[in-house]
Design a protein. Structure first.
Length: 104
């Protein structure tokens, strides 16, 4: 991963890791379903999906079909480490589960 991309991720590192956990739970993702699961706005969802695409976690957008997820959940930690990102999977997953539980 380039230094430019790491700089672009910046303060969204934890959110990006959480997003990676969310998308790897399925084979395809649409911006709307992703936005609802992450509880973020339209612009933030688009930015996160762009970053996930640059990290090769999702493929390019296929129009109304959304994004194909390229990385399996069980391979995510290794993919993140290879990409130069610290896999905060345990903490990100816990944050996602906490968020999910608070909406129930």
């Amino acid at each position: 991963m380039t230094q430019h991309l790491l700089a672009e991720i910046g303060h969204d590192h934890r959110l990006l890791i959480e997003a990676a956990n969310v998308v790897t739970a399925s084979r395809r993702v649409s911006k709307e379903s992703f936005r609802r699961k992450m509880r973020v706005g339209f612009v933030k969802a688009g930015r996160l999906l762009d970053l996930l695409e640059q990290c090769a976690i999702v493929g390019p957008c296929q129009g109304s079909s959304g994004w194909e997820v390229l990385v399996k959940a069980e391979d995510l930690d290794a993919h993140l480490e290879k990409s130069g990102l610290t896999p905060l999977v345990g903490r990100a997953h816990a944050a996602h589960e906490t968020r999910k539980a608070s909406t129930s």
